[in-house]
Design a protein around this ligand. Structure first.
Ligand SMILES: Nc1ncnc2c1ncn2[C@@H]1O[C@H](COP(=O)(O)OP(=O)(O)OP(=O)(O)O)[C@@H](O)[C@H]1O
Ligand SMILES: [Mg+2]
Length: 576
């Protein structure tokens, strides 16, 4: 990975190296040519000054001669004002100064005044041949300059002989100086020409080199572009292949995903089914548990009347054997009377009397009616319990039914009677409830679970004056029916209150509670679009409130009558 990154970096660098080298070469060439151009241009400018000044030297030398002539003629042939030599003398002086200054400039290089009398630098002539010309010119000029001195310094007039001498000298010197200055000018011009030629060559060379460089760059870039195009072509081909491969892979993984999804769906379905099954099993086992409790209670309930029905019947049965002995005795007596066998008739009568007395003394015989009434009553009780049992389980009603909830509550109370009777007093405060559409067996299970929990909660408090109480209150509020079951048992700590509807949450010892009761209650309430809430205070008691929605069809009123009828008191004591 690191290697390939390095490789990429090197590629990147080499990609730019060519460009950098080409640009650098281009810059160096151009800048070099430019600098050379500047240098040579500056030298050409100097050459132009030198050449120009050489021309001026020729002119100055002639002006000097002309000025000497003018001074001579003005002095000798001039009149009055025309005799003034100031102007030609001044010109002579200035021309001589400029001529000398310029010659010295050529000799050793210095600042001189140009034709506009502006100071310019006059460089020293380099070539020995030119130097020689300047030296010779200076050698002619210096004595000539001395000859000119009297004319330059003279105030008004110059001696005739001196002036003629000066003129002759001037003429001689001037022709020589003119020749020399002409040579100088020629030399300087040819040198400037050479320089200009070099400059032209450099410029053309620079242009040619720049052009070559440009062409090299152009070809280089065209080559690079072509290479890039080919690479791009190759890449795009590779890319297409990659995309095709990726698409294939993606399609495959999509297929796999679809497959997985399908498997998952099947799995989820199976799991849901399993969960539903186990939930159904749980509900079933809870049902079985409450059925077990209920059966035990019912068995106990049935056992009591059954006991006295049996003992009553047995008592009557015993009386019945006494009666049949007596009947037989009377039959014997009657036979003896008919046949006239009266020998031991007294004994027979005595026995009759004894048996009758015995029978009349038997309380079972005397209270046979009461005993039978008691037995019938016992059988009624048993029948009542059986009806309740049937009502409670309502196995024949799997569909939703419009149900009288008060009756359902009472059935549950009866079923739980055995559990409740030793622990609590139950107070019923039923409002007038309409029929409610529900699954009756399920709601009965709800009531039973809550009632049994309440009874179990009232078991614990061991205060001497403690009396367990369960209060059932029902009523209608807006469009719902409510049932409140309150107890004054141990209560539930606040932090546990949210847990009680969770499956398997129990505070009861192992074997006593499964912790499923309230979770099933919760589910049943959900199935009914109802609501269950709990309020509790530790040590004071708990209230469960159930709310069931009233639909239009359940608006019809029902009485609170059920197994507990109007003639029964509002408070029913189950405690025996
Ligand atoms: N009326 C109540 N007073 C005090 N605690 C209660 C009351 N009702 C329920 N609880 C608490 O809620 C817990 C859960 O109740 P739930 O009916 O779900 O299970 P359980 O009664 O423990 O077991 P199961 O109902 O399966 O026999 C109980 O163990 C108890 O601690
Ligand atoms: Mg319970």
């Amino acid at each position: 990975m690191a290697l390939s990154e390095n490789g990429k970096k090197t590629n990147g660098m080499s990609k730019y190296r060519d460009i950098i080298i080409s640009v650098a070469l281009f810059l160096i060439l151009d800048v070099g040519v430019l600098i050379l151009n500047f240098i040579i241009s500056a030298q050409i400018k100097q050459d132009a000054i030198s050449v120009g000044l050489a021309g001026r030297e020729m002119m100055l030398s002639q002006r000097i001669v002309k000025a000497t002539f003018q001074i001579h003629f003005i002095q000798n042939y001039g009149r009055g004002e025309g005799k003034r030599i100031d102007a030609p003398r001044e010109e002579l002086k200035q021309a001589a100064a400029l001529f000398e200054q310029t010659l010295e400039g050529y000799k050793e290089g210095k600042k001189v005044l140009d034709e506009n009398l502006e100071p310019v630098y006059l460089p020293k002539v380099e070539e020995p041949q030119t130097q020689e010309i300047v030296t010779r010119a200076l050698a002619i000029w210096r004595p000539f300059r001395r000859k000119l001195e009297p004319m330059i310094t003279a105030r008004d007039s110059v001696d005739l002989a001196v002036s003629i001498n000066t003129i002759i000298h001037a003429l001689r010197a001037d022709s020589k100086l003119l020749d020399l200055m002409s040579d100088l000018s020629f030399d300087l011009q040819s040198k400037a020409g050479n320089r200009a030629e070099i400059l032209r060559l450099i410029q053309s060379g620079g242009i040619v080199l720049a052009l070559v460089n440009f062409l090299i760059l152009l070809f280089h870039f065209i080559g690079k572009l072509r290479q890039r195009d080919e690479e791009i072509e190759r890449y795009s081909q590779g890319l297409e292949e990659m995309v095709a491969a990726r698409t294939k892979e993606l399609r495959q993984s999509q297929q796999q995903l679809i497959q997985l999804n399908e498997n998952l769906e099947v799995m989820v379905e199976n799991r849901t089914k399993q969960l539903r099954d186990s939930q159904a099993q749980l509900i079933q086992s809870e049902k079985m548990a409450s059925l077990g409790q209920m059966v035990a209670g019912i068995a106990h309930e049935i056992n009591t009347p059954l006991g006295y029905v049996r003992s009553n019947i047995e008592a009557i049965k015993e009386t019945q054997s006494e009666i049949s002995v007596l009947a037989k005795q009377f039959e014997v007596t009657q036979k003896k009377l008919i046949l006239g066998e009266l020998d031991d008739f007294e004994t027979v009568l005595r026995r009759n009397h004894f048996l009758l007395k015995e029978l009349l003394r038997n309380p079972a015989y005397l209270q046979a009616g009461l005993l039978l009434d008691g037995a019938v009553e016992g059988l009624d009780k048993i029948q009542d319990l059986v009806i309740n049992l049937k009502n409670f389980s309502r196995l024949d009603e799997a569909d939703m039914k419009e149900v009288d909830l008060s009756a359902g509550l009472d059935t549950a109370l009866k079923i739980a009677h055995n559990v409740l009777k030793y622990r609590v007093e139950v107070t019923r405060d039923y409002g007038k409830l309409p029929l409610v559409k529900c699954y009756p067996a399920q709601l009965n299970q709800v009531f039973l679970n809550i009632l049994i929990n309440a009874a179990q909660a009232c078991e614990k408090p061991d205060r001497e004056d403690y009396q367990g109480n369960i209060k059932i209150k029902t009523g209608v509020e807006l469009n719902k029916v409510y049932i409140e079951i309150s107890d004054n048992g141990v209560g539930i700590p606040e932090e546990k209150l949210s847990k009680i509807f969770e499956p398997f949450y129990t505070t009861k010892p192992v074997g006593q509670g499964t912790g499923l009761g309230l979770s099933i209650v919760y589910q049943i309430m959900e199935r009914h679009n109802g609501k269950i809430t709990a309020k509790s205070k530790l040590g004071e008691g708990t209230t469960f409130r159930i709310e069931l929605p009233l639909t239009a069809s359940t608006a019809s009123e029902s009485s609170t009558s059920g197994l507990f009828t109007e003639e029964e008191p509002e408070t029913s004591l189950f405690k025996s």
